[in-house]
Design a protein around this ligand. Structure first.
Ligand SMILES: Cc1cc2nc3c(=O)[nH]c(=O)nc-3n(C[C@H](O)[C@H](O)[C@H](O)COP(=O)(O)O)c2cc1C
Length: 208
């Protein structure tokens, strides 16, 4: 079993990464592998609602900037943790573009994979940012994993994040809890429990 750890910071190995490392430890201590995916520093185009993904389940720009690679990884792994630095009390803009495109193109194929969020802030805007990430999961039938507290760390350097012992512990427990849920789902599958049939979605725009 493997979980994808998406680092939504332009810093490959700073605060957000340090929080994800703690979740990685919680996963690995409980027998689940982890793979990092860093969104990088190159500009990432936003979703332009071209609709090409309706039929392809791939983003029209995704071959150029790695979003289609991310979509394929999301389809392969058993779970995902998305982590972001807090920017003006929300998630990093580049990460927003990544999530909009990867979810709009293929979120139906991520259904029933456990997911979790972590945010890193100097001081404020954490719960709004967690809520923002969780929205992608909650609209996609992805069970959201929780921890001892809302998964947030505080700091401007990796060293400061490590001083946030509660935040680091919460991230560790998040990884451990996700491992438990993944094993429970695997045991359920072996016992013949499969997701219930999906409703044929009523797609209305509040006009009828
Ligand atoms: C553009 C920008 C906006 C930020 N806005 C906030 C904010 O609203 N609240 C906050 O606590 N920290 C804010 N910060 C600080 C970062 O969220 C914080 O240092 C974070 O831990 C950095 O993570 P990283 O090292 O992984 O990039 C901001 C930083 C930047 C660059």
């Amino acid at each position: 079993m493997k979980v994808l750890l998406i680092n939504g910071s332009p810093h490959e190995k700073k605060c957000t990464y340090t929080a994800l490392q703690s979740a990685q430890k919680g996963l690995e201590a409980n027998g689940v592998a982890a793979e990092f995916f860093w969104i990088g520093t190159e500009p990432i185009k936003p979703c332009v609602a071209c609709g090409a993904c309706d039929t392809t389940q791939r983003c029209a720009f995704g071959a150029d900037d790695g979003i289609n690679t991310l979509i394929e990884k999301l389809q392969e792994v058993d779970g995902v943790i998305v982590a972001s630095p807090v920017y003006y009390a929300g998630i990093n803009g580049s990460l927003k573009s990544v999530l909009d495109r990867a979810w709009f193109a293929a979120s139906s194929t991520y259904a029933f994979k456990p997911a979790a969020s972590i945010v890193s802030a100097r001081r404020g805007g954490t719960t709004v940012s967690l809520d923002q990430i969780n929205k992608y999961f909650l609209v996609s039938q992805m069970p959201v994993v929780s921890s001892l507290y809302w998964p947030m760390v505080h700091g401007q350097t990796a060293e400061q994040v490590l001083q946030d012992t509660e935040g680091v512990q919460v991230a560790y427990q998040l990884g451990a809890n996700m491992a438990w849920l993944l094993k429970s789902i695997q045991a359920g599958k072996q016992a013949g429990i499969v997701p219930v049939p999906l409703e044929n979605r009523a797609w209305t725009n509040f006009i009828r």
